[in-house]
Design a binder for this molecule. Sequence first.
Ligand SMILES: Nc1nc2c(ncn2[C@@H]2O[C@H](COP(=O)(O)OP(=O)(O)OP(=O)(O)O)[C@@H](O)[C@H]2O)c(=O)[nH]1
Ligand SMILES: [Mg+2]
Ligand SMILES: [Zn+2]
Length: 362
Amino acid sequence: MPKRKRLEKRKRSTVRGRNWEERSEADFSHDLAKHRRALARLPEHSLYRNPLSDEFTPNATVVTHARKWAFVRSDDVTTDEAGDTRLCLIDERLEEEGATLMAPGDRVLIERDQDGNDVVRGIGERKTTLVRYAPRRRGVSQQIIAANVDILVIVAAAAKPPFRPGLIDRFLIAAQLGGVTPVLCVNKMDLVDDAPEQLGLYRELGIEICLASCKTGQGINALRNVLINKTSVFAGHSGVGKSSILNALDPHLRVFTREVSEATQRGKHATTAARLYELEGDIRVIDTPGIRTLGLWNVSAEEVALYFPEIAAQSVKCRFRNCTHTHEPGCAVMAALDAGEVTSQRYASYKRIRESLEEDPL
Ligand SMILES: Nc1nc2c(ncn2[C@@H]2O[C@H](COP(=O)(O)OP(=O)(O)OP(=O)(O)O)[C@@H](O)[C@H]2O)c(=O)[nH]1
Ligand SMILES: [Mg+2]
Ligand SMILES: [Zn+2]
């Protein structure tokens, strides 16, 4: 073993000894069922503030929006002269409170005011959400990417940009938190001979996987069958082909796409705002802008392990109840890692996510 490595190891072990004792007071429950039950009651829509005093019945769905206006699809198609979509102002009494006010997929009440403007008066409760923690957006911390979706299609590329699973792991957690079923779609299969080897792991976790190519049409019908009669949201890195898949699913759409940079192999952020599309065959999809990273909302560093089922299963055997699975003696997760029962890829992802939440504990 080279000298430097040995030194590092010794340093590490002294740090280990101190840390786990200090941390032993941290309150952490191994009771998965209890935690899941608690989560099932979330999210509570603390952000929802209705300027109307009475209960109301939403009559439209948000397609896309900006700060002062929203483009909505009215439920009442017959009375709507401008097709079934219209531009609305947003009632100024509706305030952002620690979260973005609305998102594509939101159910809203629209009314016409004396001046003949359509105005969004209230935002209905959400069945599901896809939420991102975004601390620097004008003091708004929860960015609701999409509301009331059944499925989150996590789109990745087999190549160009290269397949990187870190964001997938985060989206899997966000899907669980928001009550959305995740599906993994690996696009650009035409650029590779074999599917990324890491996929076996996600398959073992019971996640539906769709191998696709907008070039050859591979997997597009299979994906269509998953999306039929549902509302979905497409999310992933820029340039993986989210908008291209929409065009492949329904050629009438013509959603804007943009080539990947040859120099960086990254997408050039073609899509700039999330938007709900209606496709042939009762399919609704919210296309979203590509993101680099997904800040997680509503999960503490201690809870991260609960969202990695294979790590959670091992963690009950750790010597310490509050084991962080990073340095403690008698850690069953690290033992399983050595034995190859937990993959180094997922373990690295667990550690990265955990560390990022420790730095920024919201
Ligand atoms: N070879 C190949 N290229 C594809 C495929 N799907 C999309 N592309 C190309 O990849 C580039 C990026 O596609 P987009 O659909 O704009 O990607 P996106 O995920 O919507 O990107 P953002 O909107 O920036 O988040 C475009 O040049 C597409 O033509 C595919 O299956 N195979
Ligand atoms: Mg796009
Ligand atoms: Zn452990």
